[in-house]
Design a protein around this ligand. Structure first.
Ligand SMILES: [Zn+2]
Length: 267
């Protein structure tokens, strides 16, 4: 009993040191450093590249890279992002701390054009920018669900529990564990992602069509993406309400000479 109290006191002391604000002003508890998160991102990406088939379709790969480049160019960081297109029917995509983007060919059937694919990539990159993976893994650590999560993340106990922190990074569907982002994180990624796509010169109106297509797609279980990125009831209304706000960003971007991202469709 006493020991528990001491542990709780130590824990709250530790937590007090790592409460910060997200880009839209939410309080976040982050217990991992950027370097630790980047390491988790790098290790998770390497593992997924081993497990999943990488697409050898040059046209589709160039198309996905073109959109990713325009989105990540907006961030103005020097460090390049690694982008991989996986050959899979999964309707899914993810982005990881450290600068990694994975897209599944199945998503190209649901995201019908460059603007819709940019919606998903902007949303995924926004989760990374807002440190949602750190928030998830921190919460798992602090609530004791996964003390192994911390061990694995800190390199203390090898690779056995990697799945747990991969799930914390929003990779639930990839690793067979469900640990969806929360509603506040989803809303934040929608807001930030919409701004990102507009600044990159993609039509923000298409974000609405994308989430409508996503809701219709994927049969009984629905698209894999929605298992880790649950749709909240007001998503479409929120995106509609934001259109006016991001239109000037889109108009501004269209004055630049941006690479044209298109794919020749056979069907
Ligand atoms: Zn999401």
């Amino acid at each position: 009993m006493k020991l528990n109290w001491v542990v709780a006191a130590l824990l709250s002391f530790a937590v007090a040191g790592c409460v910060s604000k997200s880009p839209t002003g939410r309080s976040q508890v982050l217990t991992f450093t950027n370097a630790q998160m980047s390491q988790m991102g790098a290790e998770s990406f390497a593992q997924i590249k081993k497990q999943q088939k990488i697409s050898n379709d040059k046209a589709k790969t160039a198309y996905v890279n073109c959109i990713a480049d325009r989105i990540t160019d907006v961030l103005g960081t020097q460090q390049p992002w690694e982008v991989v297109l996986f050959e899979s029917e999964q309707v899914n995509a993810f982005a990881l701390p450290g600068g990694y983007i994975g897209v599944y060919t199945g998503l190209l059937e649901v995201a019908e054009n460059q603007h819709q694919l940019a919606t998903v990539m902007g949303h995924e990159v926004a989760h990374v920018l807002a440190q949602h993976g750190n928030e998830q893994v921190s919460r798992a650590q602090l609530t004791g669900i996964g003390m192994q999560v911390a061990d694995a993340a800190l390199g203390a106990s090898g690779v056995d529990n990697k799945d747990l922190y991969m799930a914390g990074l929003g990779l639930g569907a990839q690793v067979g564990i469900m640990l969806p982002f929360g509603r506040a994180q989803e809303s934040e990624a929608d807001v930030m992602g919409l701004e990102l796509m507009a600044k990159a010169g993609f039509d923000p109106k298409e974000s609405i069509a994308l989430w409508q297509n996503m809701a219709k797609a994927g049969g009984a279980q629905g698209p894999e993406l929605l298992s880790t990125h649950p749709s909240h009831g007001t998503r479409i209304e929120d995106l509609q309400a934001m259109q006016q706000q991001v239109m000037p960003l889109y108009a501004q971007a269209q004055k630049q000479s941006l690479a044209s991202c298109n794919i020749a469709r056979n069907n």
